[in-house]
Design a protein around this ligand. Structure first.
Ligand code: MG
Ligand code: ZN
Length: 236
């Protein structure tokens, strides 16, 4: 089965499927409420998904440094434990809300709903939802976001899209991070990674960048600005 339960060898498969469908259905209803709220307030909400250590929070930090003077940015941080990531974002004077999922390995629409009530994002804002580091079940939980972004780093090798096709097939955007490490990665081939991403999802946009060094950040930030429902920077 596709979800993240501890499997008991005696479990009733039909009952398990029914429970999963019910969970997903309830999630989808809440996700639609979130989506309606974001649309009404012309908020661009993005669901950022990746395995742990791909550099999601570093990408957010660098993106925030570049864009925070042009528009209001808010961040929901999903992690099983700690507020480390929310603290890193808050250090940039951007409102951040930490969701700790405990044993849970993905964010659900209800958690985003709860976080949004705390953050109260302003009209026209950019809202980043950093999912729990996991390339499996976050793909199945609609959060009400406008776009799904998958981040994969060069250090993870070039075959992640083939191993985890579901999440890559859902991605509106794929960010390949840590391009600055390319000279040190013997077995990695950028061309192969790009080909594998596009094999799984031909319609996704691919950005290659280094959040640490800044290369490629302009194109990514340009894409964000272009996708805002309300244009930032004064030229309406
Ligand atoms: Mg994180
Ligand atoms: Zn999960």
């Amino acid at each position: 089965m596709f979800m993240c339960y501890d499997h008991d060898h005696h479990y009733d498969e039909q009952a398990a499927i029914a429970v999963e469908q019910d969970i997903l259905q309830r999630n989808n209803l809440l996700a639609e409420r979130n989506r309606g709220y974001f649309e009404a307030k012309r908020i661009l909400a993005l669901n950022l998904m990746s395995s742990p250590g791909s550099g999601k929070t570093s990408l957010l930090e660098e993106t925030i440094r570049r864009l925070k003077d042009r528009l209001d940015i808010y961040v929901i941080e999903g992690d099983q434990q700690t507020s480390n990531d929310a603290n890193r974002i808050a250090a940039l004077s951007v409102p951040a809300f930490q969701v700790n999922t405990g044993m849970g390995c993905h964010l659900e629409a209800g958690m985003v709903n709860h976080a949004v009530r705390h953050l109260e994002p302003s009209t026209g804002a950019l809202l980043f939802i950093e999912n729990v580091g996991n390339l499996v079940c976050p793909a199945m939980f609609d959060l009400g976001e406008a776009k799904k972004v998958v981040i994969v780093s060069t250090t993870e090798g070039d075959d992640k899209p083939l191993k985890y096709p579901n999440i890559f097939s859902e991605a509106d955007v794929c960010v390949i991070n840590k391009t600055d490490l390319l000279p040190y990665l013997g077995g990695f081939d950028m061309r192969t990674l790009r080909d594998n991403i596009l094999k799984v999802n031909p319609r996704t946009h691919v950005f290659e960048l280094s959040a640490a060094k800044g290369d490629g950040m302009d194109a990514w930030c340009g894409w964000l600005l272009k996708n805002l429902p309300v244009s930032a920077g004064g030229n309406a």
